[in-house]
Structure formats: structure tokens, C-alpha cells
Design a protein around this ligand. Structure first.
Ligand SMILES: C[S@@+](CC[C@H](N)C(=O)[O-])C[C@H]1O[C@@H](n2cnc3c(N)ncnc32)[C@H](O)[C@@H]1O
Length: 133
């Protein structure tokens, strides 16, 4: 994601995976800010923590939790990043509900997702590189 988070305090990276966006955000918010990367996959979080340690960043933490039930207080996030989890989730309404709860009034949500604008050709459906198949 190319959005700038400079000067902000608390950033939540929902479905952080191996943590790339969280680590970039941690550099942007600086020592006064904090980043919380959340993912339900322990394997992804292990990779994220490994990268965090290599970079020596102390303003980012990775938490194992479900996007539908965030372990965060109401109105506690200035910004939320979501990069690529909606296609994987049937419970999108619940995710948006919990996001509305944790995001401060006037906070921002930066989202990125692959969107299918028309049906895939049948020969494209079975390809492993195609996330919609
Ligand atoms: C396509 S990956 C994207 C990872 C990361 N945002 C990135 O851009 O590299 C989606 C990630 O979301 C996580 N995820 C999917 N659904 C989730 C949910 N309901 N709660 C928590 N994490 C979820 C997966 O474990 C996976 O790490």
C-alpha cells in the first residue's frame, strides 16, 4: 500500500499475513506511534515476528485473532489497513462491524482487494495463480 501514515499514532493491519504492510507502517508512524498486526494464522505471525526482530522495530506487535472479533478497545485505532482478506471471508459484514467499533471517529480505513468485474473464462478458473478459482 502506498498510503502515508506519517504523524499518526495507532495503526491496525488486519489480516497482516507475514507483516510487510505492518513493518512499513511502523517505520512511517515512528517511535511515537504503534502498529498492531492481526492475523488468525500462527504460521504467518511467526514470519512477521521474525521480520520484526530482524528490523529491530519495537513499535509493532503481532497478535493472533480473528478479524470478526478483534481484541481491541472501542475507538482505539487511528487507521486500519486491510490488504487482501475479504475474498477469503464469508463474514464480511461482521468484519466491517468490528472495524467500525475499533476505528476512532474521523479515522481512516485503507483497503486493497482483488475484485472480479466479470465472470472468469472457464480456462482461467482452474489455474493455481488465480485467486478467484
Ligand atoms: C492474502 S493474505 C494478505 C496478507 C497481507 N495483508 C499482505 O498484504 O501481504 C490474507 C491474510 O489474511 C489472513 N486472514 C484471512 N481471514 C482472516 C480472518 N477472518 N481473521 C484474521 N486473519 C485472516 C490470512 O491468514 C492471511 O494471512
Amino acid at each position: 500500500m502506498a498510503a502515508s501514515l506519517a504523524g499518526s499514532s495507532t495503526v491496525v493491519d488486519l489480516g497482516c499475513g507475514s507483516g510487510l504492510d505492518s513493518l512499513i507502517a511502523a517505520r512511517q508512524v515512528g517511535a511515537a506511534g504503534q502498529v498492531i498486526g492481526i492475523d488468525f494464522s500462527a504460521a504467518m505471525l511467526a514470519r512477521a515476528n521474525c521480520s520484526r526482530a530482524k528490523l529491530g522495530l519495537s513499535n509493532v506487535q503481532f497478535v493472533q485473532a480473528s478479524a470478526e472479533n478483534l481484541p481491541l478497545q472501542d475507538a482505539s485505532a487511528d487507521h486500519v489497513l486491510i490488504n487482501g482478506i475479504f475474498n477469503l471471508n464469508p463474514f464480511r459484514d461482521l468484519i466491517f462491524q468490528d472495524l467500525a467499533r475499533v476505528l476512532k471517529a474521523g479515522g481512516t480505513l485503507f483497503g486493497a482487494e482483488l475484485i472480479l468485474r466479470s465472470p472468469l473464462e472457464s480456462d482461467a478458473r482452474g489455474r493455481s495463480e488465480n485467486w478467484f478459482s
